[in-house]
Each structure stands twice: as C-alpha cells, then as structure tokens.
Write a protein that binds this ligand. Structure first.
Ligand code: NAG
Length: 245
C-alpha cells in the first residue's frame, strides 16, 4: 500500500511537479509562512529538488563570467573576467520576506533576505585600473563575501496551461545587493608574488571601494542566476500547487 502511494506520488511529481512531503505548504497570502517555506526548501535540499525543477544551490559552476568591462566613457576602468567560477553558499540563504504571493498573482513578486557567506573561486583574467592604480593579472582567485543582503523583484505573468493550472511566467528579475564585508585573494597579479600580495592587501583594506566598483557587474550576474533558477521552478511547479488549497 505504502509502495503504491509512493509510486502514485512519484507519478504525480514527474508529471506536474509537486513539493515533497517534508515541505508543508502555505496559504496564499501568508507571507511569513512562505518566507519560512522557501528557506526550508533551501536548507533541506541544498543539492536541488528535481521534482520542482530546483537546481543544486550549494555549489554552482559558471563559465566566462564578465564582472567588469572597460567603458570608453571612463565610467568603468577595469576588465575583469572569470574563465570559470564556482560559487558556494547560496543554499545557506535565509529568505526573510516574501511579498506579493497572493491568491491572485500580482505583476511583481519580491523576495528579500541574506546569505551569511559566499565563497567564489575560479580562474580570472584582468587588466585596467583599480582604485586609480594600474592592475593586471591572470590566475586563480578566491573571493569571500560576508553577510550579503538581497532584495529581488520578480516581474511575473500568469499563464494557464492545458493541465488546468496556473503557472508563473517570469519575465525579469532585478536584485539589489549589499554586503558587510569582502575578502579578495587574486593570485599572480603582475606575474609577481610579492607585488600580488601587496596589491591584495591594499584591495582588502579598501574592500568597500572595490565592492562599489564591482557591484554593478556582480548584481547583473546575480540577476541572471536568480532568473534562471526561478524560471526552471516556475516552469515545473504550478502556482496553484505551491499553495495549500
Ligand atoms: C579553470 O580555467 C583554467 C584556465 O583556463 C584551467 O586551468 C582550470 O583547470 C579550470 N578549472 C576548472 C575547475 O575548470
């Protein structure tokens, strides 16, 4: 009997996308419950949850990430790109606020919260100037971002499908980010270990200026990441099945 139920659950999950039994659903409009539920999904399933189209968030790999590009008008003076980049820590996010998750889907949903520690590691290449100093290098880099607060606005549209359920079509995601600390370690700057250490020390003493310099590029990378994660979930889990009734 249990086995039959299990296969029945599996079948439903494969066809329409359902939250697993360890996640209690909320009433539409109960924003406190919804924020807690989203946090719980991330905590219990850091490796992702195929039944709702959720990718693993504990470690995410990227290729060719452009963080900053020199602008001819002088508004950006640095070319910084990661050939490859692994980001760890997203699964420890706490969602503290969830706005707009009502029975009637509004045009904008909003989620806010924080991530205690993000660890980025990858192979970088950069040249240009940073903090008014010339800089150039290519090699391994590690960046730690402490206490990142986020607020993301998700532009959404309702979509009725043939299964008779409402789905959310995600048009655009825009996030605001703020961080409490950042630690950088770019190896092999100027192809010179001593100079590299000295430059990293300067950069870490002025991490807030560096954050302001790189914030735009990092934010737009986060916008794209959040958009692709949410799109996959919204495509699999209907808006109706997200709620209790
Ligand atoms: C990242 O790219 C560098 C240079 O292209 C390469 O040497 C390194 O093996 C790559 N690392 C990973 C984890 O793919």
């Amino acid at each position: 009997m249990r086995l039959t139920l299990f296969f029945c659950y599996l079948w439903v999950a494969l066809v329409t996308g359902q939250l697993p039994p360890d996640i209690e659903k909320c009433e539409a409009g109960d924003s406190t419950c919804i924020a807690e539920t989203v946090t719980r999904i991330l905590r219990l399933h850091p490796k992702g949850l195929a039944s709702i189209g959720l990718d693993a968030l504990d470690s995410i790999g990227f290729e060719n990430v452009i963080v900053s590009r020199i602008e001819p008008d002088g508004s950006a003076t640095l070319d910084l790109r990661f050939h490859n980049l692994t980001v760890r820590g997203f699964a420890d996010s706490t969602v503290a606020e969830a706005k707009g998750f009502e029975a009637e889907l509004p045009r904008v949903l909003e989620i806010g919260g924080w991530i205690p520690l993000l660890k980025l590691e990858g192979f970088y290449e950069m040249h240009g100037s940073l903090l008014s100093m010339p800089i150039q290098g290519k090699g391994q880099a590690q960046v730690e971002i402490k206490e990142c607060r986020f607020r993301c606005k998700v532009r959404a549209m309702e979509q009725f499908r043939e299964d008779g359920k409402r789905y959310v079509e995600i048009a655009k995601v825009k996030c605001l980010l703020d961080v409490q600390g950042m630690h950088l370690n770019f190896k092999n700057l100027f192809n010179n270990p001593e100079l590299s250490d000295a430059m990293n020390d300067v950069a870490n003493a002025k991490w807030l200026d560096i954050w302001h310099t790189l914030r735009k590029g990092i934010t737009s990378a986060v916008d794209q990441l959040v958009e692709s994660i949410l799109k996959r979930v919204a495509d699999k889990l209907s808006y109706d099945d997200f709620y209790r009734n």
